[in-house]
Write a protein that binds this ligand. Structure first.
Ligand code: ATP
Ligand code: MG
Length: 503
């Protein structure tokens, strides 16, 4: 892997003007790990105005002192490159953001303000020197996440770092060092002070992440026992254990220890987590993943009775409402909220082919809209696997999918003709009666074989010719057309059955 040319050029330009300049932070970490960095950050002794003078095509964001260079090369894999002057840790009176940005005059101070040792590495390009003041390299090798300096202090300055620790340990597969972990336990309440947008962004990264380990292991359907120990569920389990979840999403945590009925072997908490794990495993989109994580959060508050016969009436409606509250609070976009909430609201749809009619299937489609129907099905699959009860038969679901495909497909009908009964009456100047239907059917009979003739003018001309035939003959052709239409429907049905291995 190489450092992009544009990054090298920027550094050289700064150095040519006698400023110090380094590649720094997450990109050095990723680079050393052999992961392609998402963005490249440069830190320098130059002040914002000096950077801007050197790079006229840039903009300056006051809140962080960062100057963004607009990269105009066609390499789209490289987003804008950010140059930040050496900075000092600010004073955080509100434990949210520094009161003011203060620039430092040396690299050391800048590295000191960074969150974790593995994020506090800087690379000097001209002599290929790695500046590692806090043994970040050692932690990289040992796969350990450790704060720069005293963990307690660092989390008190900015509580989001605790969530960053969890997220990074998940993404990188690193252990959180014990003192750092202990400090999170001590300070998790401070997350209350952090803006919901920053929390949302970290959560989203967690939900969207695809752990290589479980993608590789995709063969079996099951979410095996170890998944709570190491998989995507582990991250939420850890947040719960450390006292973070009760601050960020208390609604999710209350499912812990809430037993379910005979249809489940896990409590509500574990079931939500396992459903989420399966959604990640199947690489479903993040909205489905989030819906899977939240789909049963309405259960604790709707539970009636105990043991194998307990019920949770209305948990779909309540769960949808709760998910909406959570996502509103975390400032998700309205579009994303609507989608996730809709999926949760309708996740209980009847899918037993023995108990459902075609019109009920069409209603399911109408409820969530065609654009969401496959996401709803995917949520159902997560729900089923996450319940841990093999009784939920995949065969029934496949039969249901055959019905669903039927509901989604346009039936073969006279409506497909580019002419209607009204037009026939006008052109042929005839009164309403069976003949009109016969002529339409006869036209359909021909269109099914030659769809290219389904054009208004051709149909009008043909209608006039058909009008000359005796009515008995028209009746017979019309019968034939109906049979042909039924046959086509039948063949389509057989095709979908084959697709879903349903006989
Ligand atoms: P990624 O880009 O993969 O999310 P990253 O570590 O690069 O990970 P960024 O948010 O891009 O994360 O931040 C870049 C660098 O800025 C970090 O590597 C770290 O050195 C520093 N940093 C970011 N957020 C904080 C914070 N809250 N406290 C201290 N330093 C931080
Ligand atoms: Mg980064």
């Amino acid at each position: 892997m190489e450092i992009p040319k544009q990054v090298l050029e920027i550094i050289q330009k700064l150095e040519n003007s006698n400023f110090e300049a380094y590649v720094v932070g997450g990109c050095v970490r990723d680079f050393l790990l052999g992961i392609k960095p998402k963005d490249w950050d440069i830190t320098t002794s130059a002040k914002p105005e000096q950077i801007q003078e050197l790079f006229p095509k840039s903009f300056y964001e006051n809140s962080f002192g960062t100057v963004t260079i607009i990269d105009e090369t066609p390499d789209l894999s490289l987003k804008n490159i950010e140059i930040t002057p050496f900075r000092l840790e600010g004073k955080y009176s509100d434990k949210r953001h520094p009161d003011e940005i203060k620039f430092a005059d040396n690299l050391e101070d800048d590295l000191k303000r960074r969150d974790f040792t593995i994020n506090a590495l800087a690379l000097r390009i001209k002599d290929n020197k790695l500046i590692d003041l806090f043994d970040g390299q050692k932690d990289l090798t040992n796969k350990v996440l450790r704060t720069v300096g005293d963990a307690n202090e660092r989390f008190n300055e900015d509580a989001l770092r605790m969530l960053r620790a969890i997220r990074l340990s998940y993404e990188l597969g690193f252990e959180i060092e014990s003192k750092t972990l202990e400090a999170i336990k001590q300070n998790s309440n401070l997350l209350e002070l952090i803006s919901e947008e920053r929390i949302r962004d970290e959560l989203l990264r967690i939900v969207k992440f695809n752990p290589e380990s479980i993608q590789k292991n995709k063969k079996s359907d099951e979410v095996n026992e170890t998944d709570l120990e190491s998989g995507p569920a582990r991250i939420f389990e850890t947040m719960r254990e450390l006292g973070m979840l009760k601050i960020i999403i208390p609604e999710l945590e209350i499912g812990w220890g809430i037993g379910q009925n005979k249809h489940h072997i896990y409590d509500v908490w574990e079931h939500n987590l396992r459903s989420f794990t399966y959604a990640v495993k199947e690489d479903f989109n993040w909205q489905v993943r989030l819906a899977a994580l939240f789909h049963d959060i309405g259960k604790p508050k709707t539970k009636a009775g105990e043991g194998s016969e307990s019920t949770f009436y209305g948990h779909d409606v309540l769960g949808a409402r709760m998910a909406k509250q959570i996502m509103n609070r975390l400032k998700f976009s309205k579009k994303d909220i609507d989608k996730v909430v809709l999926l949760i609201r309708y996740h209980l749809f009847q899918s037993d082919p023995e108990k459902i009619t075609d019109s009920a299937v069409r209603r399911v489609v109408r409820n969530v809209g065609q654009e969401n129907i496959w996401d709803l099905i995917n949520l159902r699959i997560c729900d089923r696997i996450g319940s841990g009860v093999p009784k939920a038969e995949p065969y029934r679901l496949r039969k249901f999918l055959v019905m669903l495909e039927k509901a989604l497909r346009e039936p073969v009908s006279l409506k497909q003709l580019n002419i209607n009964g009204q037009a026939i009456m006008e052109i042929l100047n005839i009164e309403p009666g069976p003949k009109i239907g016969y002529i339409l059917s006869a036209l359909m009979n021909e269109i099914l074989d030659s769809p290219e003739n389904n054009e208004k003018e051709k149909l009008e001309k043909r209608a006039k010719e058909l009008n000359e035939l005796p009515i008995e003959q028209l009746g017979q052709i019309s019968e034939k057309a109906k049979e042909k239409m039924e046959q086509i429907e039948y063949e389509k049905e057989e095709e979908t059955k084959k697709k879903y291995w349903v006989s």
